[in-house]
Design a protein around this ligand. Sequence first.
Ligand SMILES: Nc1ncnc2c1ncn2[C@@H]1O[C@H](COP(=O)(O)OP(=O)(O)O)[C@@H](O)[C@H]1O
Ligand SMILES: [Mg+2]
Length: 417
Amino acid sequence: MQNVKSFDDILNRESIFIDKKTLRRGYMPPSLEDVLHRDDIIKKYISCLKDALENEIPNNVFIFGKTGTGKTMLTELITNDLVKTAEKNNVKILVSYINCETNNTDTGVMKQLVGPLQKELDISDKKVSNSFSAYFHHYCDLINDFDGVPVIIFDEVDKLKNPDILNQFSRVQENRYTNKNICMLGITNDLFFVEQLNTRTKSALSQQEIDVPPYDASQLKDILNTRASMAFKEGALGNDVIILCSALAAQEHGDARKALDLLRVAGEIADSNGATTVTEENVYSAEKAIERDHVVDTISHLPTQTKLVILSIAKLFVENSKSRTKVTTPAVYDLYVKLCNKIDMRTLQRRRVADLIGELDMLGIISVDKAARGRYGIVNEIAINIPVETIFNTILEDMRFESLAEPAKESGQKTWF
Ligand SMILES: Nc1ncnc2c1ncn2[C@@H]1O[C@H](COP(=O)(O)OP(=O)(O)O)[C@@H](O)[C@H]1O
Ligand SMILES: [Mg+2]
């Protein structure tokens, strides 16, 4: 680690980065021309939306593919380009972007749509009762007054609490609420999402479809090279660093975001060590750090009851490792009840806790083996897939569990119970 004693030291030290933001999430290539290896997709996307240039409402488009394949980036760049080009043709296009991961309720979506449209039409805020239906009808009135093409992007559309609102948007003209349709662009990483929709919503959303494939290692390498030349000083990347980041991300599922994250974090590690080049070892360390962050993030966002369940499992795991016995569901339940009592929390029924254990299994934090036979009939055996310290340390940060931690006698570090 470089010697840092003041902010001046930070300001004056040599860094391997020129412009780190070009590796950050959310950074986008400036224009469609800077996008690599997506010519076919761009062509198809443009053809799906081209009618908008003539003030006609294009059919809805459903865009799907795994994470980090460029869906959000492409949609933003394509719609920006569409707005600009249509302007030249005196056609107005109003694009609303909704990230359904952060805005997933019916009324939340409507509020985000209504605000900018009122502004566009220069109408002052109208008092609307706080229900989906009231907002929806107000929105339809505004659309009638808007002379142009309304486009709504529903990014991460599978996260909507009630995806069937899409059906209502798709039928505004048919139901005579408006004099024109609304063009919806639905984006998802969840390939099974459409299967779960009701038939009407399914057919509404999938009028046109774009399947965005994963990148292979050599395509990822090209994407990283372009970004790296903006982000790092010349000569700052060791041999094969980019090849390694691309290969690791391609193994996962051809995820450009993962590749960029690996390169950025590897650079940060090298930089904080005061090194002048990024090494392959830095990339492997970055991979571990990202994995750890991901697990910590997942655990810290679990509901309180689930945290108590995983805590009971981790505690039993540590105790049982001495006697080499397996952690079983009845033992987890007994300890869970004790912990609930200790912090004055409501106790869930045995069956509900079994559900929570199933959810932890789905998240990959634990593995449940259903085959064991015990005193109570079939008993589930549980193994933990991540370091128990990570579980303890992450959960300890939640104030509600503070009373379960006690300082260890010698080290002063906190241990459990
Ligand atoms: N073909 C590409 N050229 C340049 N950068 C890309 C390309 N594809 C993806 N990226 C970058 O990878 C990251 C992830 O892309 P994103 O659009 O968020 O993926 P998705 O929405 O499919 O999960 C973004 O930073 C994006 O700029
Ligand atoms: Mg996205």
